[in-house]
Design a protein around this ligand. Structure first.
Ligand code: ZN
Length: 135
């Protein structure tokens, strides 16, 4: 079951430069900063109501997100939906033939388990489904 739009992630090439817009120009408060080693990214989150904006800067040259920024420039990267019972959703999505980038959940930022659905199964948007550790 899908509960909430958790965050919209924007891939950036320079996190400090992006912060100068989101934090300094718009006046939003950074509520979480984290380098996620498993994903080779540095992240900053802004909470806006029940949802967040996540800025993601690649920390290596050869990760998926680094290649995304090289190809498209800084731009919206994915939408993340919070779900209940990620394991059974994975089985359901696979049975419907969706193209999952990973069917074993990865450890995302802030202790989340997450999978990604390829844009070619969603009409063009990279979708993240995640389950928080306490749900
Ligand atoms: Zn995300």
């Amino acid at each position: 079951m899908i509960k909430n739009i958790d965050h919209i992630a924007i891939a950036v090439s320079d996190l400090e430069e992006a912060l100068s817009f989101w934090r300094d120009t718009l006046g939003l408060k950074v509520t979480h900063r984290e380098k996620v080693l498993s994903q080779q990214v540095d992240t900053a989150f802004f909470e806006i109501g029940a949802s967040k904006i996540e800025l993601v800067e690649p920390t290596t040259e050869d990760s998926g997100i680094a290649r995304f920024v090289q190809k498209k420039g800084p731009s919206m990267h994915h939408i993340a939906l919070e779900v209940e019972d990620l394991s059974s959703m994975i089985l359901e999505l696979k049975s419907k033939g969706l193209h999952l980038l990973n069917d074993v959940p990865i450890d995302g930022a802030a202790g989340k388990r997450a999978i990604f659905i390829h844009p070619n199964s969603t009409g063009g948007v990279l979708l993240e489904l995640y389950e928080s550790v306490d749900s």
